[in-house]
Design a protein around this ligand. Structure first.
Ligand code: FES
Ligand SMILES: [Fe+2]
Length: 396
């Protein structure tokens, strides 16, 4: 297709990729309905019967905990004449009852009541369409594909790093949803680089010392020395260090990163903001974060975690859900101040929304043309190359 040929390697994409409805629809088919997505934390559905709905373009799914405590997900589409069933963002139900003619489904998706259904119709064939679910250390991943891509390696790699934090034993400190008026790939590109960090994120740069070190040789040397010391001290605590890189291991990369000297968590002054998570008994001054294609990212400090969920809504809109987690037995305003827990990423996400929306406005201009990625944007280039392969259907 002509558009694909217009893309020059090492450059941002032709305008159509960021604005056209037919490309958006293809993105949903080839990427969002094919790959694993982060739906939310297990603590969003702590009890059997708890559910939440997740809208992904035209698809809506219900993520719930069934009677035996297992997390399941179903398409939110009635098998009678197709009505949306669960209408709320979240709730609690022993059965999912369609509001149209009251067909009822149990928590495993089986149809259990349908008035006047002819006897010859086999009720057992009318269960809700299932959605694949994998739970990794308290994080619920879903995949809309009939044959989801492999996820075992991702699970193994992520779990090795997340296990000590026991994210399955957390609670939601705060959850916020906003719409970024930009194509999901504009948001993704912004997210895959920190080239914009110095001009855009003074607070982030004041917390993570690697940001300024990218632009200054003296700071870079200090940072390298700090990282060496941090790794030794962190190993001595028995905590994990190191990273998992892209490659053929899967669509994820991540691991541990030191914050800055004197900072034990990602807070304004570097001091604790909540009780230590999980099995930790001491702060180590590092974070654990992972990114997965297409656009999943989460970061865990020693005493709180942030999950981001980016979901394309339309060619020019992307929903961002931010969920902060703290230990399940922590009490708000006694053990933690939610504003302090959320400070860094709330501030940073607002700045990112502004720059993404500015970027999209410029891309809509008749004068937009693709520009070259710099050496500080190699991850963006990796993302775009991966995207183009998926778009063309070259990868399995
Ligand atoms: S569409 Fe659901 S019961 Fe009729
Ligand atoms: Fe940013």
């Amino acid at each position: 297709m002509e558009l694909i040929e217009q893309h020059q390697r090492g450059y941002s994409l032709p305008q159509a990729f960021y604005v056209e409805p037919h490309i958006f629809n293809a993105d949903m088919d080839r990427i969002y309905r094919r790959h694993w997505l982060l739906a939310g934390p297990t603590c969003r559905v702590p009890q059997p019967g708890d559910y939440f709905t997740y809208q992904i373009a035209n698809d809506s799914i219900v993520v719930l905990r069934n009677e035996s405590g297992t997390i399941r997900a179903h398409h939110n589409v009635c098998r009678h004449r197709g009505s949306r069933i669960a209408l709320d963002e979240q709730g609690h139900a022993r059965r999912l009852v369609c509001p149209y003619h009251n067909w009822a489904y149990d928590l495993n998706g089986a149809l259990c009541a349908a008035r006047h259904l002819p006897e010859e119709v086999d009720q057992t064939t009318l269960g809700l369409h299932p959605v694949a679910v994998r739970v990794i250390d308290g994080l619920i991943f879903v995949c809309l594909a009939d044959a989801p891509p492999p996820f075992d390696q991702t699970e193994a790699d992520v779990s090795e790093f997340l296990a000590p934090y026991r994210l399955d034993r957390t609670q939601i400190c705060r959850r916020e949803v906003e719409v970024i008026r930009a194509n999901w790939k504009v948001v993704a590109e912004n997210f895959w680089e920190c080239y914009h960090c110095a001009p855009t994120h003074p607070e982030f740069c004041s917390v993570m010392s690697y940001a300024h070190a990218q632009n200054n040789e003296r700071l870079a040397e200090e940072r390298r020395a700090f990282e060496r010391d941090w790794e030794v001290a962190t190993r001595q605590l028995g905590h994990k260090v190191g990273r998992v890189e892209w490659s053929d291991r899967g669509l994820h990369q991540g691991g541990r990163v030191a914050i800055r000297p004197g900072f034990v968590t990602q807070s304004r002054d570097g001091r604790p903001v909540a009780p230590l998570l999980g099995d930790l008994t001491q702060y180590d001054g590092g974070i654990t974060s992972f990114m997965h294609f297409p656009l999943i990212w989460y970061v865990v400090s020693n005493d709180h975690a942030l999950l981001t969920r980016f979901t394309p809504v339309s060619p020019l809109e992307t929903e961002l859900e931010l969920t902060w987690l703290v230990r399940d037995d922590a009490v708000a305003d006694r053990d933690y101040d939610p504003d302090n827990v959320c400070w860094l990423w709330k501030t940073t996400a607002e700045q990112d929304r502004t720059i993404c929306e500015n970027n999209q406005r410029g891309i809509l201009s008749s004068r937009y043309q693709p520009g070259p990625y710099t050496t500080a944007e190699s991850s963006v280039n990796d993302f775009v190359e991966w995207y183009m392969k998926e778009f063309q259907g070259e990868t399995a």
